[in-house]
Ligand binder design. Sequence first.
Ligand SMILES: NC(=O)c1ccc[n+]([C@@H]2O[C@H](COP(=O)([O-])OP(=O)(O)OC[C@H]3O[C@@H](n4cnc5c(N)ncnc54)[C@H](O)[C@@H]3O)[C@@H](O)[C@H]2O)c1
Length: 497
Amino acid sequence: VAALNAGHTAPEPGARRPALVFIGFMGAGKTAAAAAAREAGIEAIEADELLEGELGMSIAAFFGRRGEEEFRSLEAAEVAELLERAEGGVIALGGGAGCSERVQRALARHVVVWLEVSAEEAWRRVEGSDRPLARDRHRFEVLHAEREPVYAQLADAAVPSGDRETVSRALPALRALLDLPPGTRMTWARSESGEYPVYVGNGILPAGRWPVEGRRFCVTDATVGRLYAGLVEPLAGSVDVEPGERAKTLAQVERVLRELARLGMSRDDHLVALGGGVVGDLAGFCASTYQRGVRVVQVPTTLLAQVDSAYGGKTGVDLPEAKNYVGAYHLPSAVLADTAILATLPREEVAAGWVEVVKTALIAGGGLWRRVRTMERPDPAALGDVIEAAGDYRRYRHGEAVGLGLLAALRLSGADELRAEVAELLHREGLPTALDPAVETEAVLEAIERDKKRSGDAVRFVLLERPGEPVPGQRVEPEAVRAAVAELVSAERARAG
Ligand SMILES: NC(=O)c1ccc[n+]([C@@H]2O[C@H](COP(=O)([O-])OP(=O)(O)OC[C@H]3O[C@@H](n4cnc5c(N)ncnc54)[C@H](O)[C@@H]3O)[C@@H](O)[C@H]2O)c1
């Protein structure tokens, strides 16, 4: 969460209205974005078109005659001026424009939208065109790798590059950013089963910009409801459950569904899941089944939920036999992660969420991992779920169990140094780095047997040798698994003794 805070700056009173500015690599679809905006009745300017008008020739021709350097300095001056003058509307920039410092300064007051495209896809789109920087594939890829971090740094919002329709669908959610507090970030999350906006920011709930139409019915836990239900009003009805994992049962699902029916919730209404991962999973599951499915807006209130569980549409509840054994995939219609809400989160819950940050950073590698490993304080779990199950899943918080799972996974990966470094990161936050001896090694191994990731006679693991390079689907010898779990138990014995 702390890593997501570049953001546009607050407008001065009486200042010009900010524009939505699209940036991204060649072939990312900036022209299509401008077209989508025009279709929606918004004035849109393409910087490259404007420049070609000024130059009196195509950019490719100018490159050929005068070279890149001269082009860049003209481009920087023109684009910066365009941005300084801009008053609302949409502007699409050329791929290199964002690299100039003057342009970067001028971008600060606007809402910057990065159209993300992989080097491979971009090449497929521009190969054989007259673009001067798209002639040599290797150079093209190097340039892509250089520019992506620049775009990421400048962006308030990220949209995976697609066709014009993608931007059309995302446009209302992007424009909402203009009314949200400066520093708010938006990602257009997309998977095969659907897409939805994710907002992360400080104070976004009080801004009162609700992402979907219709009446709202809230599901929350008693603690969170008392503190924050006022921030998601107006509500047509609300149902409280008790705080903690004990609420994730089929009995509570029935209670919530019947309460919603009694309150008169219909298919056009939607649910608001206001709480941590427990409420998100329970309310999401209720939304997936109530009248065969209604929309849900996830409003995560714990670090764990804001970093992990609110996304991706995994919903469900526990059975006495096993955790998360009944569920459904049901994508949220939107996620609103207001980081201001974390201020009241108890310290142990912050620590449990921190584990998810470490896990995510290990999988992502690169800048995020560098940031996490050097972060003073926190403002690939293969064994996490199963350790949680073996420990009768109330002994450890989900995040704590994920931390132990990470250590075991790094042992299985043979990444000893990285394991020691991660153990230190966890230990610093008061998180367990050893397994309570009351959790028997045998019980963990049995739980692995039952695990849903089971395939044939071997369990498959996500291993990781270096940050940023997770390797999924790896078979591991049962003996190695036993040793990795036993090591966690003996570390505890050693500490206790
Ligand atoms: N669906 C997924 O993809 C996914 C991923 C990871 C974890 N999970 C699930 O998430 C659950 C754990 O979630 P969790 O760690 O958020 O626990 P939680 O939902 O139980 O919340 C922890 C505690 O913090 C309190 N709380 C929440 N927000 C608060 C706030 N802002 N201020 C003060 N108190 C607050 C709650 O009342 C609760 O007592 C587990 O059931 C796990 O299975 C799901």
